[in-house]
Design a protein around this ligand. Structure first.
Ligand SMILES: [Mg+2]
Length: 341
């Protein structure tokens, strides 16, 4: 039996089923606009992100449910980077005419699985046939704490710190692109790394805790890689940065896979991108309190990797011996190398 085609009418039915009424939703899907009610006096956060087949992912290794998950995850990560609470999503999908109803449903199921983890309601969307490949656009609205954490407010002398470990998503991408698994790497390590790329876990709880803890002076999520995203903080804050590469957290699985693929784990960690960890700066005297508190509250490690320095010193990376090391730019996509927000 040939699978049923996902016509526009069928896709709209699927979106309507996916769309939920939730707190703060006066009118959900079905009218010209959703009508939403933020908390009184709250600040609204708005972000959007595009995922395009063969620019950001390949259908060869990304299932529709993975695309649904990731399209929401990358937007959630931007809300996390402000210390915000995600609330409402609009999901637009264009897919080739041959796409089946099952594939379209799987896409929305993937998105909804992550949305429900973070109490996000899908309040609208749009669909279209695509002449070539899948195109996904999610717009996410959230609410900010009293003082959302910006990129532009780091100060010289602040500690630079990062959540979790870096390079896992790049390791996962290298494994997915290669296809066959390298010999000698445990299956659970391979699964963990490919999941880091396909189904990143946005640091929502961590971002909210850090923003509420005080002493965090600037924050950004690591979408393009440490080198590029730290560059954004330095540029927006008009100061320099010094990072000790020996201090950058790289997990054992990433370190094991890199030589098996002829790659450099540290290059993945500094330039790989798509880890969706949080990169922050904080008052130097507050780092230990933040690291201990974050671990206790969320189970996530916070690692100090350097400090902000005067603008005249620029952004520099050093090895364990204090020698300066050139670090490449962040993640380049398959086709365009476009930077992600
Ligand atoms: Mg971002």
């Amino acid at each position: 039996m040939t699978p049923e085609r996902a016509t526009e009418k069928r896709l709209i039915e699927i979106i309507r089923r996916a769309a939920a009424r939730g707190p703060g939703v006066r009118v959900g899907i079905g009218d010209d606009c959703a009508v939403l009610e933020p908390d009184p006096g709250g600040l609204l956060l708005a972000t959007t992100d595009l995922l395009i087949e063969d620019v950001h992912f390949r259908r060869r290794w990304a299932e529709p449910a993975d695309l649904g998950w990731k399209s929401l995850a990358v937007n959630l990560s931007d809300i996390a980077a402000m210390g915000g609470r995600p609330r409402w999503a609009l999901v637009a999908l264009a897919c080739p005419e041959a796409t089946s109803v099952e594939e379209a449903e799987a896409f929305f199921e993937g998105a909804l699985a992550l949305a429900s983890e973070h109490a996000v309601a899908v309040v609208g969307g749009d669909t279209s046939a695509s002449p070539r490949g899948w195109i996904v656009n999610v717009t996410l609205l959230g609410e900010a704490p009293r003082a959302p954490v910006l990129r532009s407010t780091a100060r010289s002398g602040d500690v630079i710190a990062v959540t979790g470990s870096l390079g896992r998503a790049a390791a996962g991408l290298a494994l997915l692109e290669r296809g066959a698994a390298p010999a000698g790497i445990p299956a659970d390590t391979l699964a963990d790394l490919t999941a880091a790329h396909l189904r990143p876990q946005p640091r929502i709880g961590e971002g909210r805790w850090l923003a509420a803890a005080g002493a965090v002076t600037a924050m950004i999520d690591l979408s393009d890689g440490l080198a590029t995203d730290l560059g954004h903080i330095a540029e927006e804050s008009s100061i320099g940065a010094r990072v000790g590469l020996d201090r950058v957290p790289v997990d054992a699985g990433t370190r094991a896979v890199a030589p098996a693929l002829g790659c450099d784990a540290l290059a993945w960690a500094t330039g790989g991108g798509e880890d969706y960890e949080l990169l922050l700066t904080c008052e130097p005297g507050a780092f230990a309190r933040l690291a201990d508190g974050l671990l206790a509250a969320t189970g996530t490690r916070l690692t100090a990797i350097g400090e902000m320095v005067p603008a005249a010193d620029g952004v520099r990376y050093t090895d364990a011996g204090g020698r300066e090391v050139a670090v490449g730019p962040g993640f380049e996509h398959f086709v365009t190398g476009r930077a992600r927000g």
